[in-house]
Design a protein around this ligand. Structure first.
Ligand code: NAP
Ligand code: GDD
Length: 340
């Protein structure tokens, strides 16, 4: 039986990865931050099957301890301050957790069990102001937020430990991936949650920032498969995980309303643009400049060819299915909350 240690186990990806590894017969350890109220987040439903260790990415002692206790064969570093907008409000905390935190966990592995295999959650945000279309493993980085900058450090220190110490350390450069478990501050879940609330009369309007922004969106359940595959190869390497399709935030909005049987008609431009419910004539989408970012990543589009060829990875859930699952899930959650 293999043993895995997951940092960020309470988050979106951590929960799907924990499910996958449990299905494969792994003994799963996860690190958790101490909070005033104990909260298992997205792994509440499987908490009895997981061995939890209290630790924090900014505390190397706690990570050494986590490695000593777990003696993990595979370490998946998913912990991060992962919300780009917050990284301008907390640039140093973001750097500590998402940047230096990677060195902390790599050192813990090197000290306790250097043969352990390591996965680093790198990101398409490192491409930022994109230097070519589509982006591949060889596209130069140009991060556009404190989050992106911290992740570039995490990416390079992972590569550096691989080359310096011959450690089995990989980075997955994952493009946006969403799910029914996505935090409600991220645009996709913000949209599907608002669509459900509007449908059931709990909210009048959805306020968004830059709707022209384009993202390459996949489903988290598909993407955690790629993380696992990266640690099963003969040699460690870095891989882009993406769908090779890009859509605007506006397209996501239209599609989410479609699954709630609401057709959206757009009117106006710039900050005056609105989305109108064709059935009722009511304005249900507005622009609020408060959601604009100091610097924007306008477009992301990833080419997953290397992962498909070398790892045999294929995404199963396409854009329509992703939006459908998220919209139906939120419609169900809101409906149930009203029936209670
Ligand atoms: P998420 O839902 O925000 O989960 C983040 C996790 O990190 C949570 O479990 C959180 O714990 C934990 N965490 C935060 N700060 C920590 C600290 N100081 N010490 C220990 N744990 C800490 O993020 P996700 O969407 O699952 O993403 C997983 C990873 O992939 C992240 O590194 C993210 O940056 C990266 N990534 C995500 C995407 C995407 O589109 N989802 C794309 C590329 C890369 P709490 O529950 O205590 O907050
Ligand atoms: N969150 C949010 N809220 N984003 C909005 C809004 C809004 O009201 N309106 C427009 N957007 C735009 C953002 O400006 C951005 O261009 C896009 O929607 C996506 O924003 P997020 O869903 O917050 O995700 P992200 O792309 O910034 O970051 C996510 O993906 C990265 C991978 O590329 C996160 O999961 C990161 O952790 C991840 O690394």
């Amino acid at each position: 039986m293999k043993t895995a240690l997951i940092t960020g186990i309470t988050g979106q990806d951590g929960s799907y990865l924990a499910e996958l590894l449990l299905e494969k017969g792994y003994n799963v350890y996860g690190i958790m931050r101490r909070k005033s109220v104990v909260d298992y987040g997205n792994v509440e439903h499987i908490k009895e099957k997981i061995n939890f260790i209290y630790a924090d990415m900014t505390d190397p002692i706690s990570l050494i301890n986590a490695m000593k206790i777990s003696q993990a064969d595979e370490v998946y570093n998913l912990a991060a301050q992962s919300f780009v907008a917050t990284s301008w409000e907390q640039p140093l905390a973001t750097a500590d957790i998402d940047g230096i935190g990677v060195t902390n966990i790599l050192e813990a592995i090197r000290i306790v069990k250097p043969t352990a295999r390591f996965y680093q959650a790198s990101t398409s945000e490192m491409f930022g102001l994109v230097q070519e279309m589509p982006q591949t493993e060889n596209t130069p980085f140009y991060p556009r937020s404190p989050y992106g900058v911290a992740k570039v450090y995490g990416h390079w220190i992972t590569k550096n430990y691989r080359e310096s110490y011959n450690m089995y350390a990989c980075s997955g450069i994952l493009f946006n991936h969403e799910s029914e478990r996505r935090g409600k501050e991220f645009v996709t879940r913000k949209i599907t949650n608002a669509v459900a609330r509007i449908k059931f009369g709990l909210q009048d309007c959805l306020e968004l920032g830059n709707m022209d922004s384009k993202r390459d969106w996949g489903h988290s359940q598909d993407y955690v498969q790629a993380m696992w595959l990266m640690l099963q190869q003969e040699n460690p390497d870095d891989y882009v995980i993406a769908t090779n399709e890009t859509r605007t935030v506006r397209e996501f909005v239209e599609k989410a309303f479609y699954y709630a049987d609401i057709e959206i008609e757009w009117s106006g431009t710039g900050i005056d643009e609105v989305g109108i419910d064709k059935g009722t004539g009511k304005t249900v989408v507005k622009v609020n400049p408060k959601f604009f970012r100091p610097a924007e990543v306008e477009v992301l589009l990833g080419n997953p060819q290397k992962a498909e060829t070398v790892l045999g990875w294929r995404r199963q859930i396409d854009f329509n299915n992703l939006v459908k699952r998220m919209a139906e899930n939120d419609l169900g959650l809101i409906k149930n909350s009203l029936n209670k």
